[in-house]
Write a protein that binds this ligand. Structure first.
Ligand SMILES: O=c1[nH]c(=O)c2[nH]c(=O)[nH]c2[nH]1
Length: 327
């Protein structure tokens, strides 16, 4: 057992202990604690993979966060680094595995990385890999796709998180973030609590704009086409929000649209187990043109509103496929 040393001095006036921050240890009789979680890794490891198929080139740019948990706390407790797989080595591992095995999909690469850390190091008990993919799109000219030129198209970002505990299957989650969408009608918000705190009137027709964050978990990834699954969830969200191109679809609230989108995604992909969404309600306010009494707007064909990024409403829900499959 490590000798425990207390280096604390008490100011008599207010009993605030001054603890020597350079001492490795403190008296366990003064403060007793236990580890809830430990983990360490490298964040924002960026790499771009280039695959050449003759003149046709394919790119995949990713940003990877690694995190591993060891079977002991020697490093945190005693400053004993002998079990630490340096975050720098984790960064190198990311480059090496990408070079050796390629990145077919971010989900598969996340699974590969988890397996690597657990297989290579007996004292790693958990591995967690978060990956974001940069949205490069092939440049098109008159319907012809360019063989080696791309444009960054940040319509949305794809991400995944893979976590695997020693002796267990990998838990794979995928997601969409930063997808900003807007519709200019077919959205209302009425009949909410009417008390002394309310100033917002009922509205039958308003803008509906949000920045989609959606994360879902898979119950089984055997043979799963991750690209197709991601495209289907993205389309489910967009279709639920927008409705048919000619008419749109009515939304009574962000809450209802969010829930419908989640239900549609669950229905379309049997392997999706839980799905969570966060939809900020990005507001577009009316501008009071009555404040310009000397101006004449009678013949004006357009309306002008004020886009506002803060504050925004924040609507969330997570649903899970129930055992009976009835939600
Ligand atoms: O769809 C909405 N849901 C709310 O909960 C809410 N609250 C609010 O002020 N506007 C809206 N809109």
């Amino acid at each position: 057992m490590q000798e425990v040393i207390l280096k604390a001095f008490f100011i008599v006036d207010n009993f605030l202990p001054i603890i020597d921050p350079y001492s490795c240890t403190m008296s366990s009789s003064v403060v007793s604690s236990e580890f809830v979680h430990t983990g360490y890794g490298k964040n924002y490891v960026k790499l771009i993979q280039l695959r050449r198929d003759g003149p046709v080139h394919y790119v995949k740019e990713v940003e990877v966060n690694t995190q591993i948990t060891l079977n002991n706390h020697r490093d945190y407790l005693f400053g004993d680094n002998s079990d630490i797989i340096a975050t720098d080595s984790q960064k190198n591992t990311t480059y090496i595995l990408a070079k050796q095995f390629g990145i077919e999909t971010i989900e598969k690469f996340g699974m590969l990385m988890c397996e690597h850390f657990l297989n290579k190091y007996r004292h790693v008990v958990n591995a967690k890999i978060y990956i974001e993919e940069a949205p490069w799109r092939r440049i098109e000219k008159n319907g012809r796709q360019h063989v080696h030129a791309f444009v960054m198209s940040p319509e949305s970002k794809r991400f995944c998180e893979v976590e695997q505990k020693r002796g267990e299957k990998a838990c794979v989650a995928a997601g969409i973030k930063d997808m900003k969408i807007l519709k200019t009608t077919q959205s209302a918000f009425r009949n909410f609590v009417d008390d002394e705190y309310r100033t917002l009137p009922d509205v039958d027709d308003r803008f509906f704009s949000t920045i989609v964050y959606c994360r879902w978990t898979y119950n089984d990834v055997t043979g799963l086409d991750f690209d197709r699954a991601w495209d289907i969830v993205k389309s489910a969200i967009i279709d639920t929000f927008a409705g048919p191109p000619e008419t749109g679809v009515f939304s009574p609230s962000v809450q209802k649209t969010l829930y419908l989108a989640e239900k549609n995604a669950l229905a379309l992909i049997p392997q999706v187990d839980t799905i969570e969404m966060t939809l900020p309600n990005v507001h577009y306010f009316n501008i009071d043109f009555k404040r310009f009494p000397k101006m004449e707007f009678g013949g004006s064909k357009q309306d002008v509103y004020l886009p506002t990024d803060k504050p925004s409403g924040n609507i969330q829900a997570t649903i899970r496929r129930s055992q009976t499959s009835k939600l």
